[in-house]
Write a protein that binds this ligand. Sequence first.
Ligand SMILES: Cc1ncc(COP(=O)(O)O)c(C=O)c1O
Length: 438
Amino acid sequence: MVFIVNKSLEYSFKFSAWTELIPESEIRRLLKYKVRYYFAGGKPGVLPLEAWAQIIKNVGEEIEKLIRTGRTREVLDLFNYEKTAGWDPLRKVLADRLEKDGVPLPKDEAERIDSVIVTTGSQQALFTIANILIDPGDVVITSAPAYLGMLGPLGIHQANVVCVPTDEHGIIPEYVEKAIEKSLEKFRRLPDFIYVVPDSDNPKGTMMPLKRRKQLYEIAEKHKVLIVEDAAYRDIYFGGEKIPPIKSFDKDNKYVAYLRTTSKEAAVLRVGYCVLPKGKLAEEFIKSKGYQDLCTPVINQVLLKEYYEKWIDKVLPEAVEEYKRRCDAMIESIEQHFPPGLHTRPKGGFFVWYESEKDFNASKFLEDVALKNDVNYTPGPAFYPVESLGYYYNPDKNDIERIKAPRNSMRLGFSLLPAEDIVEGIKLLGRLLHEYLK
Ligand SMILES: Cc1ncc(COP(=O)(O)O)c(C=O)c1O
């Protein structure tokens, strides 16, 4: 028998269809570039490093003590597989905090702890929700623009994504309801869910007022549609009383999946947590997560339990104050140095959104000019679904049409750099923009 090895076929694996359709996340792509003025991603730049050194030391000493006293079995458990839904002592601490923040949880203690599900980053929760709810051709409603970490998984699962207009207070509930009605006409189905980031949105940095949160909940309840409330930036809040989450209206735990992460308020240990409507949704979610990672690393959950129990309330206020300083510096510099346009005024989170008055291609400007000058940002089009799956609810026509991502916008992250560097970087970017738009 003769074997003919065709060299040219050596690497011609047959990839699944989505790999062609969905590009690499713009944020992941930009993480690879090392630039002096980094405004691209949502990397936390104010972490309580001394607290972390202490937490790791304390946990280490605790482990040593257990080993010395012959309790190696307990130590073995900390470096082992755990329940897919999370390590119970952390789930309990998180349940206590969520309740204080207005999230209704069951009275029964075992049920209360079980209702908090730990994920490997809240990115996993976004992926898993798409994974268990979306078949090709299903519909999801979200904001225009929307967080690309949700848009990617929706594209992978081939959802039709209907984007709804936003203003300086986030998504506009009346248009969400119209988009639901129009989805029924156009796609012959209700959306599987509505995805929103009400607290210091990513990418625009807007804060949804209480009235809109309530309206959105009532729309979801009326149409029996799930809301996925992504509260990644809930704890990075610059002042005043926090607005209750949409989840606070969901007393019977039926219509809101509430997603949180520890990445922004603790450190990037790849731990998220969520409260999902009880019953089959939570069960299928855990089943899917189990096939992805079996469980989230326990030792990270141990460290985070220590942080949430003993440290967060001492160290977070200072970090948030520093983020506010950085945000103020960015806004002031944009106003001073950028060409005419609109920008948001976040009350928290990590991002400012800028739209230039004059049309230009923010993706091309990034490649051709900004990166070469040691500065980056995330171009606005990254926050829109791919054209073949993307739609827009157009209020002027009261209809759903194909999406066309506006090119003239950018998301600027103020979280990583100190205020002085932000001022220098924004000044530089402003000068480059002025020259480019001349
Ligand atoms: C709105 C939003 N949701 C989810 C995530 C994912 O966070 P995690 O680090 O927990 O995966 C991010 C991260 O930037 C985010 O901005």
